[in-house]
Design a protein around this ligand. Structure first.
Ligand code: PMP
Length: 366
């Protein structure tokens, strides 16, 4: 069996080592005679799984006991509303930076609970969301409960490596669903980070939420149903009700894999090299490959969007790539063209195969 070169935008590639480990342990997890899927979430074996996942993630992020890690369900989309429900009481406001479609969704959902302020957006650019929005301090609101932004724009392919600085006393919250753990960053600058697992860290069905405990206690004071209450979930260690056990187990294996790569330094090196290879090809032949993001400092390492000279060539490119076992290259439906998603687990070999194919395809079709 040949493994595919996986460029899906999510759910996406997982490390082969992780899949093999899960396969090896599937029928008999740690001598239990059960798979992780068949074990009680109250068993000591599963408690070890979730505790290790939390400890390993904190190790990767360099965070201590002042932060909690939650493993929740409902996807990243659910966090859009859960955050606003927890933080915004009647008339409260929150600031949003809208750098793409998912950021825009978060902003809309925030507005269902309180006053969502649009601090900056790049939606109105001639090519929608083709650059990071310019964030000005004077557009921020001192009364905002938090400043929310999305570090990687999965659909159009921008990524922030420089994070916004909120005003004094305003929490910093980030949706890192599509670039979580992809490069070195200072996690201690954040009050809350969340990420749907299915791109960079695991399978769909679990969302990782990292929260600064003191900020959560101060900010999330509203009485809410228990499953929606961050402080209650923190108190219960994500186990008020049955969590997504198998998904947490796989995510925990991915964290161990990241530690094995050397943590964020390791993922950064790997992801930088992959992105340089593909943007190198785009920049070398701008008459054939037109990158969607012109400003090099705004380009995503995770999602690379580009066009070929016409739609027929794009269709041919995708068909030939698929025949060569390179999957998931069709651009998002709003944008068309090609999108190569290359998350942490996408192997350098897969990216090399794609870059070689781009070169060969160009030569045959100029
Ligand atoms: N945020 C970002 C940045 C995303 O890319 C996505 C999914 N593509 C979401 C949020 C929504 O995630 P989910 O499907 O897990 O709700």
């Amino acid at each position: 069996m040949e493994r595919a070169h996986n460029f899906f935008a999510g759910p996406a590639a997982l490390p082969l080592e992780v899949l093999k480990k899960a396969q090896e342990e599937l029928l008999d997890f740690k001598g239990t005679g059960c798979s992780v899927m068949e074990l009680s979430h109250r068993s000591k074996q599963f408690q070890t799984v979730i505790d290790e996942a939390e400890a390993d993630l904190k190790k990767i992020l360099g965070l201590g006991d002042d932060y909690s890690v939650l493993f929740l369900q409902g996807g990243a989309t659910h966090q859009f509303i859960m955050l606003a429900m927890n933080a915004l009481h009647d008339g409260d406001e929150a600031d949003y930076i809208v750098s793409g479609k998912w950021a825009s969704r978060a902003f809309e959902e925030g507005g269902l609970q309180g006053k969502a302020n649009l601090v900056a957006t790049s939606e109105n650019l001639e090519k929608k969301f083709s650059a990071l929005p310019e964030v000005k301090k004077e557009n921020m609101n001192p009364n905002a409960k938090y400043l929310h932004f999305t570090s990687n724009n999965t659909i159009f392919g921008t990524q922030s490596f420089d994070y916004p600085k909120p005003l004094e006393g305003v929490g910093l919250v980030c949706d890192m669903s599509s670039d979580f753990l992809s490069h070195k960053f200072d996690a201690s600058k954040f009050d809350m980070i969340y990420a749907g697992a299915q791109k960079n860290i695991g399978p769909a069905g679990v969302t990782v939420v990292v929260i600064k405990k003191s900020w959560a206690e101060k900010t999330f004071t509203k009485k809410l149903p228990k499953t929606l209450d961050y402080n209650f979930q923190i108190k219960k260690g994500s186990m008020f009700n049955t969590p997504a056990c198998f998904n947490i187990y796989i995510t925990g294996l991915v964290f161990k894999w990241v530690l094995g790569l050397g943590g964020l330094e390791g993922t950064e090196k790997r992801n930088r090299e992959k992105s340089e290879a593909i943007y190198g090809m785009i920049d070398a032949y701008p008459d054939f490959f037109t990158g969607y993001i012109k400003n090099k400092a705004h380009r995503s390492w995770m999602n690379v969007c580009f066009n070929l000279p016409n739609a027929e060539l794009e269709a041919k490119f995708i068909a030939e790539a698929t025949a060569k076992n390179m999957l998931g290259l069709k651009g998002y439906r709003d944008l068309g063209g090609i999108r190569a998603s290359m998350y942490n687990s996408t192997s350098p070999e897969s990216v090399k195969a794609l870059v070689d194919f781009m070169d060969d395809f160009r030569k045959r079709n100029i």
